[in-house]
Design a protein around this ligand. Structure first.
Ligand code: FE2
Ligand code: FE2
Length: 360
């Protein structure tokens, strides 16, 4: 998956779309855009934890502003995340792999086609042309790198946009199940919390990236438009076939794992120099409980990729279950503790999900 130079960085922002998108991320004042040709300005507010340097920033010290600052109040010392994140070990995060679940049913096929259509649309909008990059790389690696290589800014645009839509499905599914439970006066069997927690986790991904970049009005408009369409489409789809939606999210998360794997590989190959010494923002260190010495941008991407792999597993698993009667395997206690079973952490990762007969 990530074997060639361009295969890992094989993505691009088509000229016009990228100009618009890059513009959308521009700082709002000229003082903030000094020296950045593309006007994509990052980290007005980002304060590195240990070094005192402001990585990934072109703005002078006096112009730094806090994008969403902490609010100090008279009586509150700090506010913890309502859903504490499980602790991941480096070994667990490094064991995350790119994977694909083969389609078995008609519903699976519909879900996969929907993901492919969406992916095509997003690639078109953001100019992410992996296949073309790989093809050109075979003929002329230097030209491919020049034409299609991703950089920090392009990846950040993609990450912010993707995370802003990734937080919607869990919230829609959780909300519909919540209303269903009350309306039908039946237990939900523990699915709601896992689904809401997933959308919370995705929002933490977004907030973390927003601590490193400030989207401009065009990007905000795109997110607004996408959310309006996306929420409603998912709402009706989940009413019609929740199983298909979980499978669809599973396939979407397969793509997310690929995207973050490429970014990590690009850092390792030295293609993202601005990210090499970049440290994770405080919000991320607190949320993932990142240990000292493991707080780089690369580490952050490992945590986020591990989260995406968990969403991939959870949604493929939920897509295998009877939606109205089965308990949530991620909130259940198992009779036979000697056998591996689904957990909230990364203990027994199953990239393609658990089959119903294994766990129910
Ligand atoms: Fe995410
Ligand atoms: Fe995700």
């Amino acid at each position: 998956m990530i074997s060639t130079r361009v295969a890992t960085s094989g993505s691009v922002v088509s000229k016009r779309a990228s100009a618009q998108l890059l513009k959308s991320f521009s700082g709002l004042t000229s003082a903030n855009t000094v020296g950045l040709r593309s006007s994509f300005v990052l980290v007005h507010q980002y304060q590195p934890i240990a070094s005192g340097r402001r990585n990934f920033s072109n703005s002078s010290n006096v112009n730094i502003k806090e994008f969403f600052p902490k609010r100090d109040t008279e009586k509150v010392r700090r506010t913890e995340a309502a859903w504490p994140h499980p602790v991941y070990t480096p070994e667990q995060m490094n064991s995350v792999v790119v994977a694909h679940r083969e389609t078995k049913t008609m519903s699976d096929k519909v879900a996969l086609i929907a993901v492919k259509v969406l992916r095509y649309g997003l690639d078109l909008a953001t100019g992410y042309k992996h296949d073309k990059a790989v093809a050109l790389n075979k003929k002329d690696p230097a030209a491919a790198t020049q034409k299609y290589a991703m950089n920090e800014q392009k990846y950040m645009i993609r990450n912010v946009f993707l995370e802003s839509v990734a937080g919607v499905p869990g919230m829609v599914a959780g909300m519909i199940r919540h209303l269903h439970s009350m309306r039908r006066m039946k237990r939900d069997n523990g699915w709601i919390e896992t689904l809401l927690e997933e959308s919370f986790n995705e929002r933490m991904h977004l907030l973390t990236f927003l601590k490193m970049s400030e989207p401009g009005p065009f990007m905000r408009l795109m997110v607004l438009g996408a959310q309006g369409v996306w929420f409603n489409a998912l709402f009706f789809a989940y009413l019609v076939s929740p199983r298909t939606v979980h499978r669809f999210v599973g396939y979407l998360e397969e793509e997310a794992v690929i995207t973050y794997t490429r970014q990590i590989a690009d850092i390792d190959a030295g293609r993202l120099p601005k990210w090499e010494n970049l440290e994770a923002p405080e919000i991320a260190i607190d949320y993932w409980k990142m240990p000292e010495g493991h707080r780089s941008m690369r580490d952050l991407l490992l945590y986020i990729r591990a989260d995406e792999s968990k969403h991939r597993e959870v949604n493929h698993t939920l897509g295998n279950l009877k939606q109205k009667e089965d308990p949530n395997p991620y909130k259940s206690e198992y009779k036979d503790l000697t056998k591996p079973h689904p957990t909230k952490g990364l203990e027994h990762l199953r990239p393609v999900g658990w089959e119903r007969e294994e766990i129910i």
